[in-house]
Ligand binder design. Structure first.
Ligand code: G3P
Ligand code: MG
Length: 245
């Protein structure tokens, strides 16, 4: 069941209007009325979670090597904005705790994607879930933790069962439902490219929420909503508004 306050989420913080997974992106979305985002979290060398998509530097962060080659404070001093545009130069890699606190303080609801670097599934799931549980204990709206990693979701369930989980799939495998039940997921997050109307029906009639990534045209968004999906994230927050229905 989908009990969350948003249908349209900005993907990676602020879609394609600002560098992904940065506070600048969240601010850009907020300026356009967005109060819900998806973003990615992984662990630095010291086990401190940071907001990053790739497990290595070079694409969005100036530098080289892996995220786990650096401590979080070192990453937080790196430039995650210059690749996107000169006006974003110096925009840092956010620490997860600070990023989540900013969102909480500004009423921005979060789908936190647990994105473990290879081999760090359990540790990443535990750390992210524990922090989310501590930060949102007693709050009306809990963030939604999602992951492609079964191990990360199982670890999150073990340490913080009260923080809801969603199972991310590219293509839905035949055993999607048993996998989702094993981690006590409340929702299925599916790649819109592969989702069929029949699968959408099956997910909904099994009682799960259904979220799609990443929907970048209004036409497709409309079609998926007619199929009964509950929510989606988009890169194109310029084309698809926060109140799109
Ligand atoms: O959470 C949905 C989506 O973000 C998954 O893919 O690679 O953009 O993190 P990716
Ligand atoms: Mg993601």
């Amino acid at each position: 069941m989908w009990r969350y306050p948003a249908t349209v989420l900005a993907h990676r913080g602020g879609g394609t209007l600002a560098p992904e997974n940065t506070l600048a992106g969240v601010r850009e979305g907020m300026a356009r009325g967005f109060r819900a985002i998806e973003y990615d979290v992984m662990l630095a060398r010291d086990g401190v979670p940071v907001v990053m998509h790739d497990p290595y530097l070079g694409r969005t962060v100036v530098g080289s090597g892996h995220v786990f080659d650096y401590d979080a404070r070192e990453l937080a001093a790196m430039d995650a904005g210059a690749w996107f545009g000169r006006q974003f130069a110096g925009e840092p890699v956010p620490l997860f705790v600070e990023f989540a606190q900013f969102c909480k303080a500004h009423g921005v609801w979060m789908n936190i994607e647990i994105k473990p670097a290879p081999g760090f599934d359990v540790q990443t799931g535990e750390v992210v879930a524990k922090i989310a549980a501590a930060m949102f204990a007693g709050e009306a709206w809990q963030p939604l933790l999602s992951s492609f990693s079964h191990e990360a979701l199982k670890a999150a369930l073990a340490v913080a069962p009260a923080v809801p989980r969603a199972y991310l799939f590219d293509e839905l495998p035949p055993d999607w439902e048993s996998r989702a039940r094993e981690v006590d997921a409340v929702a299925i997050h599916a790649n819109q490219r592969h989702l069929t109307q029949e699968q959408a029906r099956a997910v909904k009639s099994a009682g799960f929420g259904l979220f799609c990534y990443t929907v970048n045209t209004a036409e497709r968004a409309r079609e998926l909503l007619i199929w009964g999906i509950d929510a989606f994230c988009t890169d194109r927050i310029d084309l698809i508004g926060a109140n799109f229905r």
